[in-house]
Each structure stands twice: as structure tokens, then as C-alpha cells.
Design a protein around this ligand. Structure first.
Ligand code: NAD
Length: 378
């Protein structure tokens, strides 16, 4: 069976889907691995490194010849999908809630597309949980970016020249990215507060050294462990409960997300006016609409003296490790597909991981959630 990892088409995406290490693991499963020429060059992995690990190097459309599974990070274009062999499998981030065009292109091409975003967040699927691997590195990088931009030290320092008070950081949304941000900020000596609508997170925040802001919104977890959307009354209560912490924070990191939906708007223009001038907000949610009113992707904007910055691709700033983790996630999926007896990659739709992430198969949109949503918007 042939696994193909083409060169990433988006020139702005530095992360890749295979490393020499991941090729070695797939070769150990007696799979044929084909890698796009120059795939890892910018990260220090030469074509020779991939060849040494057992991969064949290819370029142009010929790379897809005889492919059983194609793995990428960013979604391919509809033109590219049309080049994939009918009956092959594809995996990568697909943004299936927003990309009806791609979902249709996969169905039309007769390719079984698996979305890394739709992998269930279960213990068994942890090894292939690409959302977690990438959110985690983003959480780390957001704190470094904030520390670099703030112009103030993060830890407390008592020096003969005076005492520096620790920077105060507020983390809103304590999922994978938020928790890693808390852990990183703690290592750097900041004083941290955190809030999340899922009460289950309180203990995790506290164990990492953050004070959890208790605002009783009366919400639990939604389907799949994801957050539920708040009512306008709950939103108002949340905003009121966060005002004091916002007022004294030097850095605010917002990571609040609602699965498959635009990000909740949490920090309003009015709240920005109540913040300390010179403080900084890092808005992780900017690519899905932003948690902050007025934040702009890949731009630093000054709103009432508060600098607001959100990047479209935070994990891409740590591309070497983000690629290593993502390549491991792809290997995790290959291991789920791998049938030990026949040594084939088999699409077993009875498997809960495959059933969760499979979007198209045999020319049809087979994922119920995506099919229903597409029917509503058609
Ligand atoms: P996410 O990116 O979907 O959301 C980030 C955080 O924003 C979440 O913690 C969410 O509760 C929070 N949020 C949403 N609305 C908010 C609001 N108005 N104010 C403040 N916070 C708000 O989350 P994620 O990091 O991808 O994790 C999603 C779920 O998956 C979590 O329950 C997580 O624990 C779970 N998970 C499970 C596993 C596993 O068991 N293998 C692995 C990873 C994640």
C-alpha cells in the first residue's frame, strides 16, 4: 500500500505532514512511502534524509500515481483533489464546517476524505489528536509572543535597583491551548488567572498554578466534551465576572472556541476601554472570528490603548515541533487504518475513530453532522 505526502501547496504554511522519523515508522509497517521533493527542506530535513528513512521522492502530478492514502496538513485545492486516484483515501485538516466546496470536490473525485478536526477527543484517539498537538504548541508560543511584545518582565525580581512585580496574565478559555499557555506563563514566573465556561477545567487550571475565576454560569459540557454556546444572559454574567481581572491584567490570552462554529465574542469594545493602557491581548480565536471585538488576523491593532494581536497560524511559528507532532498524528491514523493480517490500509467504518472523522466515501458525504449542515446551507 502506498502512502503519499506531497509538498505543502500553501506557501504560507511552514508545517508539514511527514518527517524522516514518521517515514521510518510507516516503512516498518511495510508500507510504500512517497514524499514530495523538498517537503522538509526549510525545517532541516533534506530529501536525502527522507530517502535514508525509506521514502521515494517524487514531484508533479506523478506523485499521486497509485496512491492509497494521501496525507497533508492544509486542505488541497479542488484542482489538486481531481488528480487524486478514485477510490483513494485522504487525510488532513479540512475545515469541513466552512468548506462545502472541498467536501463536494472530495465526493465528486470519489476520494474517502478524513478530517483531522473531526477525530473524536477520546483516550484511544489521543495519538492522532492533531487539534491537541497543534493547540498545545500554539498555547506555548502565544505566551512567548506576549512576553516579547509586552516590554515588561514576567517574573518578580527583587534587585538592588528596585522590585519588579510579576506580570499578571488572564487566560480566557482553558482548553488545550489555554492550559499550555498557563503552564508556560507559570514557568516564566507570571501571576495567572483563568476562566472557562466548563467547570471541569477549574482543577486543571489550579494544578498548573492559575487562580480560577469562579463565575457560576450553570453550564456543563456539551457533546464530545466541547463547550456549549452561552445565552445572552450568561454572556453578560461572564463579562461582569471578568471585569476586575481584565482591569489589572498586563496580558490577556483568549482561546475560547465553540466546535464548528464562530468563536464567541467575549471582550467587547466597552471592556477594552476599562483595561490598562499598554496592556496586550493575544487573540488565538482570530481566525474563527475572534474573541475580541475589533481584532484583525495577522495585524496588531491598538484599541483604546490596548494592543490586540492575533495570528492565523500560531503553531506554524513553532513549525519544527508542530510538524513532528502532526506527522506522529498521521502515523497514529495510519495505525488505525492498518490491518495487521493483510498489511493493507482498510477503511473500517465500524471503528469509532474512522466513523467520527470520515467525511466522504464512494462519492457521498457520509458524515451526518456535515451532511445535515450542508443541506441547511444549500
Ligand atoms: P476548544 O478549542 O474547542 O475550546 C477552547 C476552550 O474554550 C474550551 O476549553 C472551551 O470550554 C472554552 N470556551 C468556550 N466558550 C467559552 C467562553 N465563552 N468563555 C470561556 N471559555 C470558553 O477546546 P479544545 O482545547 O480543543 O478541547 C475541547 C475538549 O476536548 C475539551 O473538553 C478537552 O478537555 C477535550 N479533550 C479531550 C482529550 C482526550 O480525552 N483525549 C484530548 C484533548 C481535548
Amino acid at each position: 500500500m502506498k502512502v503519499v505526502i506531497p509538498r505543502q501547496a500553501d506557501p504560507e504554511e511552514p508545517r508539514i505532514a511527514a518527517t524522516p522519523e514518521s517515514v521510518t515508522v510507516m516503512k516498518g509497517m511495510e508500507l510504500e512511502v512517497v514524499v514530495g521533493a523538498g517537503l522538509g527542506e526549510h525545517l532541516g530535513w533534506s530529501d536525502a534524509d527522507y530517502e535514508k528513512a525509506g521514502a521515494t521522492i517524487a514531484s508533479g502530478d506523478a506523485i499521486y500515481e497509485g496512491a492509497d492514502l494521501i496525507a497533508c496538513l492544509q486542505p488541497p485545492s479542488a484542482d489538486e483533489i481531481a488528480k487524486f486516484p478514485r477510490g483513494s483515501m485522504y487525510t488532513g485538516f479540512l475545515d469541513p464546517f466552512n468548506r462545502d466546496d472541498l467536501v463536494r470536490a472530495f465526493a465528486d473525485a470519489g476520494v474517502a476524505a478524513m478530517s483531522m478536526e473531526m477525530v473524536p477527543r477520546t483516550t484511544r484517539a489521543q495519538k492522532l489528536d492533531a487539534l491537541s498537538s497543534q493547540h498545545s504548541l500554539a498555547g506555548y508560543y502565544m505566551v512567548l509572543l506576549a512576553a516579547e511584545k509586552l516590554g515588561k518582565a514576567l517574573p518578580m525580581m527583587a534587585t538592588p535597583s528596585g522590585v519588579i512585580q510579576p506580570a499578571r496574565i488572564l487566560v480566557i478559555g482553558a482548553g488545550v491551548a489555554g492550559l499550555q499557555a498557563i503552564a508556560t506563563a507559570k514557568r516564566l514566573g507570571a501571576r495567572i488567572e483563568a476562566f472557562d465556561t466548563r467547570p471541569a477545567v477549574k482543577e486543571q487550571c489550579e494544578s498548573l498554578g492559575a487562580r480560577f475565576i469562579d463565575i457560576d454560569l450553570g453550564v456543563g459540557e456539551g457533546q464530545g466534551g466541547y463547550a456549549k454556546e452561552l445565552t445572552p444572559e450568561q454572556q453578560a454574567k461572564q463579562r461582569e465576572g471578568m471585569v476586575k481581572a481584565l482591569h489589572h491584567s498586563n496580558i490577556v490570552i483568549t482561546t475560547a472556541a465553540l466546535f464548528g462554529r464562530p468563536a464567541p465574542k467575549i471582550i467587547t469594545d466597552e471592556m477594552l476601554q476599562q483595561m490598562k493602557p499598554g496592556s496586550l491581548i493575544i487573540d488565538y480565536a482570530v481566525s474563527t472570528g475572534g474573541n475580541v471585538e475589533g481584532s484583525v488576523a495577522d495585524e496588531e491593532v491598538n484599541l483604546h490603548g490596548v494592543r490586540v494581536l492575533g495570528l492565523k497560524n500560531f503553531p506554524g511559528r513553532v513549525a519544527f515541533d508542530a510538524s513532528r507532532m502532526y506527522a506522529n498524528n498521521i502515523v497514529g491514523l495510519v495505525q488505525v487504518l492498518f490491518d495487521k493480517e493483510s498489511k493493507n490500509l482498510v477503511l473500517n467504518t465500524e471503528d469509532d475513530i474512522i466513523a467520527g472523522c470520515l467525511i466522504t466515501k464512494d462519492g457521498e458525504v457520509v458524515n451526518e453532522t456535515i451532511r445535515e449542515r450542508m443541506a441547511q446551507t444549500a
